[in-house]
Ligand binder design. Structure first.
Ligand SMILES: C[S@@+](CC[C@H](N)C(=O)[O-])C[C@H]1O[C@@H](n2cnc3c(N)ncnc32)[C@H](O)[C@@H]1O
Length: 254
C-alpha cells in the first residue's frame, strides 16, 4: 500500500493515500490492482478505473467515456428535493450516468423518474443506476421523451454542458482526455444547450414545476435571463461552490 500511494503521488494524485485505499478495496486481487494502478498513474480518472463515483452517499456506476458526476452537483440535487412533491414526475435530461435521477428516485420512492442522454454509453450507465426505478431514453434533449410527459413534469433537472468552448483547454487534463467533448462544451458562452432547453421547458413543466441547471457563477445572470426568455420565473442560488439556475413555470391562471 505505501508503494501504491507513492506511485500515485508521483503521478500527481493529490489524494494519493485515499485513492490507494479505494483501489485496494475495489480490486479483486493483486493482478487487477496492478492494472488499476497503472491506469490511474497513466491519468485515467479514478472513477473510470474503479467503475463508480460517490455521489450523494450513493455509489454511481460510471463507465469509461461517461462524464464523472461531480460532488458540487449535489447542491442541484438538494435544490431539486426542496421543490419536488412526494409523488413528483421527474425528468433528468443530459443525464450522463443518471446520477441525479438515481439519487432523486432513491430519495423520493413515490416519484416517477425519466432520464435521457444523447450518448448511448451514458444511457447504458443510467439504466444500471436507475434500475427499475426509472425509464432512460437516448436522443437529443427532449426529443426521446414520451409525449404524455408534456405539461406533467414537476422537476426537470438538466445539468447541461456549460464550459465555454474557448475555456475547454483550461480544464484538468483528466476531463479533457477522458470525458467526451460533447459532455463539456457549451458553445461560445457555455449556454448554447441551456438556451435550447429553456426554449422548450415550459411545454413539459406542469404549473409550478421547475427546471434546474448548474452553471458557473459568472454565467448566472445571463442564465437567469435565458430562463426568463423561455417564459419561466427565474432565479439563481449558490452555496459558494456551486451555482444553480431555477426556472419555474407560472400558473396559467395568474
Ligand atoms: C455535464 S454532463 C452531465 C451529466 C450528468 N447529468 C451529471 O451531472 O453527472 C452533460 C451530459 O449532457 C449530454 N448531452 C450533451 N448534449 C446533449 C444533447 N443535445 N441531448 C442530450 N444529452 C446531451 C452528454 O452526453 C453528457 O452526458
Amino acid at each position: 500500500m505505501p508503494d501504491i500511494t507513492e506511485r500515485l503521488r508521483a503521478a500527481g494524485c493529490v489524494f494519493a493515500e485515499e485513492e490507494a485505499h479505494i483501489l485496494h478495496e475495489s480490486a479483486a486481487g493483486p493482478q487487477e490492482l496492478e492494472a488499476m494502478v497503472a491506469r490511474r498513474v497513466a491519468g485515467e480518472p479514478l472513477e473510470h478505473v474503479v467503475g463508480w463515483a460517490q455521489f450523494c452517499e450513493r455509489r454511481i456506476t460510471v463507465a469509461p467515456g461517461v462524464f464523472v458526476p461531480r460532488r458540487r452537483t449535489e447542491f442541484l440535487v438538494a435544490q431539486a428535493l426542496v421543490l419536488a412533491p412526494e409523488s413528483a414526475v421527474i425528468v433528468d435530461l443530459c443525464c450522463g450516468s443518471g446520477a441525479i435521477g438515481a439519487v432523486l428516485a432513491y430519495r423520493l420512492p413515490n416519484a416517477e423518474v425519466h432520464a435521457a442522454d444523447v450518448d448511448l454509453t451514458a444511457v447504458r450507465c443510467a439504466r444500471v443506476n436507475l434500475g427499475d426505478r426509472g425509464q432512460v431514453y437516448q436522443g437529443d434533449l427532449f426529443r426521446p421523451l414520451p409525449a404524455n410527459l408534456r405539461g406533467r413534469v414537476h422537476v426537470l433537472t438538466v445539468n447541461v454542458p456549460y464550459v465555454p468552448s474557448d475555456e475547454l483547454d483550461l480544464m484538468p487534463v483528466e476531463a479533457r482526455r477522458h470525458e467526451p467533448r460533447f459532455a463539456l462544451d457549451g458553445g461560445s458562452d457555455g449556454l448554447d444547450r441551456l438556451r435550447r432547453v429553456a426554449g422548450e421547458a415550459s411545454a413539459w413543466l406542469t404549473d409550478g414545476g421547475s427546471m434546474l441547471s448548474e452553471v458557473a457563477e459568472h454565467q448566472a445572470a445571463t442564465a437567469v435571463s435565458v430562463l426568463a426568455s423561455g417564459g419561466l420565473r427565474a432565479r439563481s442560488v449558490t452555496d459558494g461552490d456551486s451555482t444553480v439556475v431555477i426556472g419555474t413555470r407560472q400558473s396559467a391562471r395568474r
